[in-house]
Design a binder for this molecule. Sequence first.
Ligand code: AMP
Ligand code: ZN
Length: 117
Amino acid sequence: MNSKMSDCIFCKIAAGEIPSKKAYEDDRVLAFYDLDPQAPVHILIIPKEHIASAAEITEDNSSVAAHIFEVAARLAKELGLDGGFRLVANTGADGGQTVQHLHVHLLGGRSMKWPPG
Ligand code: AMP
Ligand code: ZN
């Protein structure tokens, strides 16, 4: 798998070729605010390497997935989401995934319903 896919919008955001409102960045992941927020806090956390979806996580690349969860917990603390929050990785067509680069939605600031639609 290429670390950068030239036609992938989130690879371009990770490379700084498309602007985003950053919430956190390090050498492995980027967190940025969703353009179409579904909650008072709505951040996307992505690996900088191109992984198409959660269905593509393997023993070889799962450490970045673990790191995404660490960053989510850190951001939730920083943003004061003390009442809780939701992490979502829409995966594939049935999962409602629209961008084919792994991303975890961090949603918070309001009470969430279950089950989702
Ligand atoms: P999903 O439906 O889980 O694949 O989520 C894709 C998310 O990416 C949606 O919530 C979109 O609003 C968001 N999105 C798409 N393009 C951008 C962008 N350029 N900057 C920020 N968020 C984006
Ligand atoms: Zn990509």
